[in-house]
Design a protein around this ligand. Structure first.
Ligand code: KIV
Length: 340
């Protein structure tokens, strides 16, 4: 999707430029989110958590890996419940959550907020984030995803892995580079470009990446990369021959009904539901019921006050000179009684 595609915030750029320094970072923070006043999330069960080891086992057995983007607590809980393997806090949030036209404008602080919310909701999936190391440390993520295969990116991936941080590569259409790619264009459609996809994926594997996303490349190119790599490939618009697949949450749920989003939903995205229609209907029913005053009815007005208290209340209001308020309260009490 155009929406998927462009995720290079200024903040992320800053962080990316710092990749060479990150060998000094130690991954000291646990990915368990902070406690909350409401008791917080249940402690994560390390046996159930998806890890690089469990992903490798799946890959070795030829089982497909599932990845979906998540940006907040509810989407993370849904992914968790569905047993999705990897929750990717993608900077596609810039478009599908923040309403920007590209993924560029999202800030590091905004990404951090998404990471923390997802980390609170997803107990089981491996948590990966686009690019930023600080987001990993402060946002409770397990791994980062790094787009592109230029020598500087390969070397950044190597440095990050050496610093003890798991890296997922991303080749083909790398949305953060749309200005260089000339827009959201599929890659690997001629010999040169197809070979480059495979070579870049190999270089990312050699740099220590644990997996590579292949975005918008023809199926035979993805098949070749999948066959040549020891690490799993996760496809998006790359056909069926990858080790796993990823889609953007809002796209797969059919959430975006707005004409702008309908236009940018990519051809390769199957809508597994029309959640947007359900949301639209719920909101318009709500609006109608509020406007015609049928909501909230007796069923949804649960808090009662007995007649003695009402009488006392009315007297107090009158003493205070609030006769109109007392009349309104008396009328309401009568109506409530009549509707019982
Ligand atoms: O940022 C993102 O959401 C992504 C995926 C869709 C692969 O890069």
């Amino acid at each position: 999707m155009a929406a998927l595609c462009n995720r290079f915030s200024k903040a992320c750029a800053t962080i990316t430029n710092r990749h060479f320094k990150i060998s000094t970072y130690v991954r000291s923070m646990s990915n368990v989110p902070e406690n909350t006043v409401y008791g917080g999330p249940k402690p994560q069960n390390p046996d159930q958590r998806v890890t690089l080891t469990s992903l490798r086992t799946k890959h070795r057995k030829g089982e497909a890996i599932t990845m979906v983007t998540a940006y907040d607590y509810p989407s993370a809980v849904h992914l968790d419940t569905a047993g999705i393997d990897i929750a990717l806090v993608g900077d596609s949030a810039s478009m599908v959550v923040h309403g920007h036209d590209t993924t560029l404008p999202i800030t590091l602080d905004e990404m951090l907020m998404h990471c923390r919310s997802v980390a609170r909701g997803a107990k089981r999936p491996l948590l990966a984030v686009d690019t930023a190391v600080r987001v990993l440390k402060e946002g409770g993520m397990d791994a980062i995803k790094l787009e592109g295969g230029a020598p500087s990116r390969i070397s950044a991936a190597k440095h990050i892995v050496e610093a003890g941080i798991a890296v997922m590569g991303h080749v083909g259409l790398t949305p953060q580079a749309i200005s260089v790619l000339g827009g959201f264009r599929p890659q690997g459609r001629n010999v040169l470009s197809a070979v480059k996809v495979v070579e870049t994926a190999l270089a990312l594997q050699e740099a220590g990446c644990f997996s590579v996303v292949l975005e918008c490349v023809p199926a035979p190119v993805a098949a070749a990369a999948t066959s040549v790599l020891r690490i799993p490939t996760i496809g998006i618009g790359a056909g069926p021959f990858c080790s796993g697949q990823v889609l953007v949450y809002h796209d797969l749920l059919g959430m975006m009904q707005h004409p702008h989003h309908a236009k940018v939903t990519p051809k390769f995205c199957k809508q597994f539901a029309q959640v947007g229609e359900v949301i639209n209907k719920a909101l318009s029913d709500y609006k109608q019921e509020v406007e015609n005053r049928s909501f909230p009815g007796a069923l949804h007005s649960p808090y009662k006050i007995n007649t003695t208290e009402v009488d006392g209340f009315l007297k107090e209001l009158q003493k205070m000179g609030l006769d109109e308020a007392a009349a309104a309260a008396a009328e309401a009490a009568e109506k409530v009684e009549a509707n019982r």
